[in-house]
Design a protein around this ligand. Structure first.
Ligand SMILES: C[S@@+](CC[C@H](N)C(=O)[O-])C[C@H]1O[C@@H](n2cnc3c(N)ncnc32)[C@H](O)[C@@H]1O
Length: 221
């Protein structure tokens, strides 16, 4: 699907589902909270930081961070952003291919469940990297290409809207090209409700990994 169609798609979802995580296309509350809580725990405690939630949707993912930090949310679905503002995010309409922020602004940049909607991911990763402070953290969560479960699901899938999936190494190389190190992964295995943290990709168990998060630290120049 093209970018303008995704905007329309998520505007419609926000009209139908309101502030619910269904507006951001999560299957249900349980799978959303499993992903969110494990990922935020893995990210570690944050206090007095400037954080960007890029492609924030209705803002449910980064809402817990608003208590102790300043959290900006950017998204091209303005209908979704209205709910993110209610959750305490400082919302800014915009496209991830041209973020409306200065270089090196954020201590932490999150991009959760968005990259699978992007036709050409490298310009977006470059933008996310640009707005991350030297020494700051970029965390991207997306769908894993290699999982057995996804291959089986695809055989039955009528609506193939989520066409794009990623190899962990593909994103690791993108992080390295953008000047990030200390790269780590958090691996999820839907429908199972556990996660594993690893510094390596390419393990045998990765064939059951349905989604993963990758985080890295931007090198100081
Ligand atoms: C699956 S939802 C995830 C929302 C949120 N990150 C979460 O995990 O709850 C994807 C979001 O990315 C936004 N999005 C997709 N492509 C975008 C782009 N190029 N620029 C800005 N927002 C985009 C959509 O509008 C939607 O709100």
């Amino acid at each position: 699907m093209k970018s303008s169609n995704w905007k329309q798609y998520f505007d419609q979802k926000a009209e139908i589902h309101g502030a619910s995580v269904k507006a951001s296309d999560y299957f249900d509350d349980a799978s959303f909270f499993m992903q969110r809580d494990n990922t935020l725990r893995w990210l570690g405690k944050l206090r007095a930081k400037e954080i960007l939630d890029a492609g924030c949707g209705v803002g449910a993912f980064s809402e817990p961070l608003t208590k102790d930090n300043v959290v900006y949310g950017v998204d091209f679905s303005e209908k979704s952003l209205a709910f993110a503002a209610d959750r305490g995010l400082r919302t800014v309409p915009g496209d991830l291919t041209a973020l409306p922020f200065a270089n090196d602004k954020f201590d932490v940049v999150l991009c959760i469940g968005v990259l699978q909607l992007i036709e050409d991911y490298m310009p977006v990763v470059t933008e996310l990297a640009r707005v991350t402070k030297p020494g700051g953290t970029l965390l991207i969560q997306t769908l894993h290409k290699g999982s057995v479960q996804r291959k089986i699901l695809r055989l039955f899938e009528q609506n193939k809207k989520f066409d794009k999936m990623y190899d962990m190494d593909e994103l690791k190389q993108a992080f390295i090209r953008c000047g990030f190190g200390d790269i780590e992964f958090l691996k999820m295995y839907h429908p199972f409700r556990f996660v594993t943290a690893a510094v390596r990709e390419g393990l045998v168990s990765d064939i059951f990994c349905t989604s993963f998060a990758i985080k890295g630290r931007k090198y100081a120049e």
